[in-house]
Design a protein around this ligand. Structure first.
Ligand SMILES: [Fe+2]
Ligand SMILES: [Fe+2]
Length: 219
């Protein structure tokens, strides 16, 4: 049966992730490369595992996390949908069943906040995993006077910790932000939509969602 390792070791997939990241850099976006893909894959799998989903669903979640941003190679606009179509071809090519191909492709195509929807547990876990990847190393321009607010909030993030607490039915994103670089409210302004989406995704998985920044509970 094909699995995560087959997709992870596929040089063609690796090349598309590389090009997606190059294109994101060319149009001024934060890092969307292998580091973001691997991290999203691991977190997506961890969420599903902690929430008690079966082994195969966890593996499919890891695959969805790994390839979720591959559509940026085509265009940032509608990258979730183009990524979903690419995922469809890639999974079919590796011999995944139509059922599994459909689950992963639809999760990928619903991860972007503009067209997001919790269409299945993998999609819900993917949204939380993707949106919680906030870190300084995603910023390409290391100039301390960062003009872009997205760069500033990522640059300001000293620590981001996602806690999945199934017994408490709670998923918590705990951030430590350097307020010399970015005010807590700057962060909140930019990420409010994403955090509301995380709340919906957590709710789909049967959990509440909390956002804590510098010990202040904001959501
Ligand atoms: Fe994306
Ligand atoms: Fe992403």
């Amino acid at each position: 049966m094909p699995g995560f390792e087959d997709i992870f070791n596929d040089e063609e997939v690796r090349a598309y992730i590389h090009h997606s990241n190059e294109i994101m850099g060319a149009i001024g976006y934060t890092e969307h490369g292998l580091a973001h893909c691997k991290r999203t894959a691991d977190i997506c799998e961890r969420i599903l595992r902690k929430m008690g989903y079966d082994e195969r669903t966890c593996e499919l979640g890891k695959i969805a996390g790994y390839i979720h941003d591959i559509g940026n190679m085509i265009n940032r606009q509608d990258h979730a949908q183009s990524g979903g179509l690419m995922a469809f071809t890639i999974l079919k090519g590796h011999g995944f069943s139509p059922d599994e191909t459909a689950k992963v492709s639809s999760a990928v195509s619903h991860h972007d906040e503009r067209t997001a929807a919790m269409v299945n547990p993998i999609a819900a876990a993917l949204i939380i995993a993707d949106k919680s990847d906030v870190r300084r190393s995603r910023v390409r321009d290391k100039n301390p006077v960062l003009t872009d607010i997205h760069d500033r909030v990522n640059f300001a993030a000293r620590k981001a910790d996602l806690k999945i607490l199934p017994k408490e039915k709670l998923i918590k994103l705990i951030l430590v932000i350097d307020t010399e670089i970015c005010a807590v409210m700057d962060y909140f302004e930019i990420f409010l939509d994403r955090m509301i989406l995380c709340r919906k995704a957590a709710s789909y998985l049967g959990c509440n969602f909390e956002l804590i920044i510098n010990d202040i509970k904001l959501l």
